[in-house]
Write a protein that binds this ligand. Structure first.
Ligand SMILES: Nc1nc2c(ncn2[C@@H]2O[C@H](COP(=O)(O)OP(=O)(O)OP(=O)(O)O)[C@@H](O)[C@H]2O)c(=O)[nH]1
Ligand SMILES: [Mg+2]
Length: 229
């Protein structure tokens, strides 16, 4: 984690916090749409596939006036097959896996994405990061949770078990299309998990090399004692 300070008008210096969040999931599940809704409150019905990776920044003012800067990394769904995800995951503090509820066959891919994430994060000498699952396009299948998955098991039961097995903290029903989209609720809960994550705390406990006279960032990469890859 990188931290810096911001001077308020009154001269008070408040810490700024930076989180890197990676959005992963199959092609056209709605990753870009969710980010667009979250950052710009916009939605488009047209589909333009992301090439490689895209970025967005969300600045959130905490109750005490300090700033949370969230860097949202929007990975193209096809990237899992391009062997580049490791580079994108590096230094992330949290992750969002997006599933499209209209594509029942894609349910198997949730595991593939989470496994890919964990394997490569561990490869960067970091414990798995707090991860949420967004079950997106719920406007198209509002009853999806109670529908049958297979053999008398509901989607709700299946997905609850999957999250437990895969180490996904929580799932949320989202829609990037509708106003009542649940995206902000999910993002806020991810920030809480990141804040509580012992690894995040470890990053924050790095001896302060912040020059309080200037607003200066301390990069995690330059302070980590772990292997570099
Ligand atoms: N009805 C509905 N359509 C959605 C929703 N989210 C995204 N879409 C549509 O789904 C399509 C794909 O959305 P994107 O956000 O581009 O998907 P993506 O996951 O970023 O796709 P890649 O970049 O190819 O990985 C677009 O046509 C969107 O308009 C949603 O919540 N509801
Ligand atoms: Mg995209």
């Amino acid at each position: 984690m990188a931290r810096s300070v911001t001077a308020t008008e009154g001269g008070e210096r408040l810490p700024e916090t930076f989180y890197k969040i990676v959005f992963i999931g199959n092609i056209a599940t709605g990753k870009t749409s969710i980010i667009q809704r979250y950052v710009n409150n916009r939605f488009s019905n047209s589909y333009k596939s992301t090439i490689g990776v895209d970025f967005a920044l969300k600045r959130i003012k905490n109750d005490n006036g300090s700033m949370l800067n969230v860097q949202l990394w929007d990975l193209a769904g096809q990237e899992r097959f391009a062997n580049l995800t490791s580079v994108y995951y590096k230094g992330s503090h949290g992750a969002i896996v997006v599933h499209d509820v209209t594509k029942q066959k894609d349910l198997e891919s949730i595991r593939s994405w989470k496994d890919d994430l964990d394997k490569k994060i561990i490869g960067h000498c970091r414990s798995p990061v707090p991860t949420l699952l967004l079950l997106n396009k719920i406007d198209l299948r509002p009853d999806w949770l109670t529908e049958e998955y297979s053999g008398g098991i509901t989607n709700s039961e299946y997905i609850t078990l999957q999250c437990k097995q895969l180490g996904i903290a929580q799932f949320y029903l989202t829609s990037a299309k509708t106003d009542d989209h649940n995206i902000e609720v999910a993002m806020n809960s991810l920030y809480e998990l990141i804040e509580k994550d012992p690894n995040t705390k470890l990053d924050q406990a790095i001896p302060s090399t912040i020059d309080l006279a200037r607003s200066e960032e301390v990069d995690e990469e330059s302070t980590s004692s772990c292997c570099k890859s």
